[in-house]
Design a protein around this ligand. Structure first.
Ligand code: UD1
Length: 421
């Protein structure tokens, strides 16, 4: 296993370029299974989760060539209809092959993902949506067995107890491209990554409208036979994470290649806290040198404050004077970083879905353990700001979702190195 060793206390400065969005890349790679034509995808980040998805689509029949963040992918024939447990347990997003396999082959067998470190993560909304399109689904021996001879368009509402679902919206949209008639998804997720998948499908020849709103209409059975070149959107969570790196180290960094529209809620929060964020032609400039104020964060689906940025802000708020709160409404167990931050000197109390953070003067370096992707990023950020040395263990979580994280941080002046345990 590998770990990061960070000598903290340096102000970061310089420029960082944002990679393509992991949460777009994964479903779009799966969506390429819908056509037998070659698809060229630009701006695909080199990440462990992307490698896992490529391993999965290769086992299904895709031929791929992946160099310099450009992925050539073609699936002339399907040779398997399955996402096995061994792959799904590594990456939940493997379930994105469900929709395309049903659409193209009328059948799929996908292992149930089960829970994960951030809490129980049911997939009932995916199943509900697919059933509405006429898919017969049986859950047996840990697998979802799905079969459909004739997909038909329908109305389906994807409101769940925690709001809507990004994954279910995308999976239903993917299957609906092959359904006879029109599908209307209500309570659809409107995250930028959902929009990106819809735009990609339209490039292939699909007829999807309403993406980015809570109602998506898919006119099915349009032939998806246009091989296409498509560039995926920048990773808004990576951009937000680097912005926190600038703020937490009282540094000044330029973040290029990001889409500011996707970052509105995060940028508003920086303004509220007193971190200066200037909009530039090609991105933004973050200046964390000034006095900062405590705040309250309410996590919500897009365009609200993203759950995937909550842990990083917890690290930042931990060293801002005054009392801040974070209310996490989407996942039940997503404060895993709190106990580790407390080992570095943070003063945090968890009360149900709310974290109460009393700002301390400084973090002190410590040995900490990464538990999930964004929690790991929070620990690295705390380490960058800490006095002394921080060792972040189990960084394989970070490698799932950040491209060259420590290389990019080093270029900004951070003292961080990777070593084997
Ligand atoms: C995606 C993102 C993840 C992000 C999350 C919320 C990917 C690969 N991952 O995850 O980074 O944190 O959106 O923005 O894109 N739920 C149900 N039933 C379902 C599906 C979900 O109750 O069938 C619940 C979940 O448990 C959760 C909430 O709905 O409480 C939102 O989850 P969802 O939007 O589905 O998250 P993912 O798509 O898995």
């Amino acid at each position: 296993m590998e770990r990061f060793v960070i000598d903290g206390g340096r102000r970061l400065s310089g420029e960082v370029k944002i990679s393509g969005a992991k949460n777009s890349a994964l479903p779009i790679i799966a969506a390429s299974l819908l056509t037998d034509r070659e698809v060229v995808l630009e701006n695909i980040p080199r990440l462990n989760d992307v490698d896992t998805m490529l391993q999965l689509v290769k086992s299904i029949g895709s031929k791929i060539n992946f160099t310099n963040n450009i992925l050539h992918i073609q699936t002339p024939k399907l040779k398997s209809f399955e996402a096995p447990y061994d792959i799904v347990r590594k990456m939940r997003a493997s379930y994105y092959v469900l929709g395309p396999l049903i659409a193209r082959a009328g059948r799929a067998r996908v292992s149930l993902p089960g829970g994960c470190a951030i809490g129980p993560r049911p997939i009932d909304l995916h199943i509900k949506g697919l059933k509405a399109l006429g898919v017969r689904i049986e859950v047996k021996a840990g697998y979802i067995n799905a079969e459909s001879r004739h997909l038909r368009g329908n109305r389906v509402d994807l409101q769940g107890p925690k709001g809507t679902s990004v994954g279910a919206t995308i999976n239903v949209m993917l299957a609906a491209t092959a359904a006879k008639g029109t599908t209307e998804i209500t309570s659809a997720a409107c995250e930028p990554e959902v929009v990106d998948v819809a735009n990609f499908l339209n490039h292939l020849g699909a007829k999807i409208s309403g993406q980015g709103t809570h109602t998506i209409i898919i006119k099915g059975q349009k032939p998806l036979n246009r091989g296409q070149r498509y560039r995926i959107i920048p990773d808004r969570i990576e951009a937000g994470t680097f912005a926190v790196a600038g703020a937490i180290t009282r540094g000044r960094i330029r973040i290029t290649g990001c889409n500011l529209e996707h970052l509105t809620a995060v940028l508003d929060k920086f303004n509220e806290i007193g971190v200066v964020v200037k909009v530039m032609d090609d991105g933004l400039l973050v200046d964390g040198a000034g006095r900062k104020r405590a705040t309250n964060i309410f996590v919500a689906p897009y365009p609200g404050f993203p759950t995937d940025m909550q842990a990083q802000f917890m690290a930042l708020l931990s060293i801002i004077p005054g009392t801040s709160t974070i209310k996490e409404t989407i996942f039940e167990n997503r404060f895993m970083q709190a106990v580790e931050l407390m080992r570095m000197g943070a003063d945090i109390t968890i009360e149900g879905d709310t974290a109460v953070i009393n700002g301390v003067r400084k973090f002190s370096g410590a040995y900490v353990m990464a538990s999930d992707l964004r929690a790991s990023a929070a620990l690295v950020l705390a380490g960058l700001a800490a006095k002394g040395r921080t060792v972040v263990r189990r960084i394989y979580h970070l490698d799932r979702g950040y491209e060259k994280f420590e290389v990019k941080l080093r270029r900004l002046g951070a003292r961080i190195r990777r070593e084997s345990e």
